[in-house]
Design a binder for this molecule. Structure first.
Ligand code: MRU
Length: 351
């Protein structure tokens, strides 16, 4: 299992809270927050205090565990059906915190299924949900390591990549997705360098990716999002490695807005464009990318910058958090199950 030492989201040992790194405060401050209710977890997910598809899945499951534990303590004699009803309604609220990353609903559904198998008393249901939330984290760490192994098999010995947004420790339980092979290669002494886009408007690239790579001793160069095409034309990049928030059954990929433009430029200049994600990011129930709901975020993310107002009242914005890259522009989808190439058959997807 790969580790940078960062633990972005963990269910506390006593099960009473979810400890997260508050990613809004990075890179200035590494601050942890303890979330003690479903509402606090939902708020942290919506405001991107915890973010990245696998990480919000882990946080959602842990938040559900905390909430149902609180309920079980307040209602020790509640019958199974009543506890399950409460669990489903909290689960639905958590799953609805952000719409695009499939991992969130997937993790909540796993906890509900585990609870159904234990539906006797409030305390046994709460214990089953907590155990499932811990399993989701453990599996995430293992999946990151497996993704790294499969990716390294198709990357050159020494490589330079371009990445977008943050797909490292902070976006997951700790092992990363698209950055997992970068950490794994560095750990065994292979030379690896990274170009990271800033990732406007919330700057996950410069605030988070550059921060965690630099701390790990991996050379990283930040570029404005608009420089990606010129960089790809320059021949300096061996491959583009990005993550995913939801992968449709046909291989279309929803990921951070701007991914699609990078994929077009990579194809134009003959640079391999790989998507790295755990199998929990594959949504077999969504046939094609245009069916994926794309989250639209607040006007202020574009209208305000560092305390300044950039846009006069009345100026419109369109602020989609994600875009869809068609499968035809993706060279390979690398999961913990292996390297998938078109036509895609993700047999064994957990969903
Ligand atoms: O809005 P964010 O920061 O949650 O978006 C995250 C991304 O788009 C990541 O690329 C994606 O979740 C894959 S992360 C392992």
């Amino acid at each position: 299992v790969i580790t940078t030492g960062l633990a972005p989201v963990r269910l506390a040992a006593d099960g009473q809270s979810v400890r997260i790194i508050d990613q809004r405060r990075l890179p200035e401050e590494l601050v942890y927050r303890d979330l003690a209710s479903a509402d606090e977890v939902i708020d942290a997910i919506r405001t991107l205090a915890v973010r990245g598809a696998p990480a919000i899945g882990i946080a959602g499951a842990a938040g559900l565990a905390v909430a149902i534990r609180t309920f079980a303590h307040a209602h020790p004699d509640a019958v199974g059906a009543q506890v399950m009803e409460t669990l489903s309604s909290i689960g639905a609220r958590i799953a609805g915190a952000r719409p695009t990353a499939v991992n969130l609903g997937w993790a909540v559904d796993r906890c509900l299924a585990a609870a159904r198998g234990a539906a006797e008393s409030a305390s046994t249901i709460a214990a089953a949900v907590a155990a499932e939330a811990r399993r989701i984290l453990d599996e995430d760490l293992e999946m990151g390591a497996a993704i790294a192994t499969h990716a390294l098999a198709i990357l050159p010995d020494h490589f330079c990549i371009l990445t977008h947004c943050n797909t490292g420790s902070l976006a997951t339980g700790g092992a990363g997705t698209a950055l997992a092979p970068v950490y794994a290669a560095h750990a065994v002494g292979r030379s690896v360098t990274v170009f990271a886009t800033e990732t406007r408007p919330l700057l996950q690239g410069s605030r988070l990716t550059a921060w965690e790579l630099h701390n790990a001793g991996i050379p990283v160069t930040v570029i404005p999002d608009g420089a990606a095409a010129s960089l790809l034309r320059s021949g300096r990049v061996d491959a583009v490695l990005v993550g995913a928030d939801r992968i449709a059954a046909n291989g279309d990929v929803a990921n951070k807005v701007g991914t699609y433009a990078i994929a077009i430029a990579a194809r134009r200049h003959g640079v391999p464009f790989h998507v790295l994600a755990p199998r929990s990011t594959i949504d077999a129930s969504t046939a094609r990318g245009h069916m994926i709901e794309i989250e639209l975020r607040a006007r202020d993310e574009l209208a305000q910058l560092g305390g300044r107002t950039l846009l006069a009242d009345g100026i419109g914005v369109w602020n989609p958090a994600f875009d869809v890259t068609p499968a035809s522009l993706v060279s390979a989808i690398i999961t913990d199950g292996g390297v998938h190439r078109p036509p895609y058959d993700f047999g064994g997807s957990p969903r």
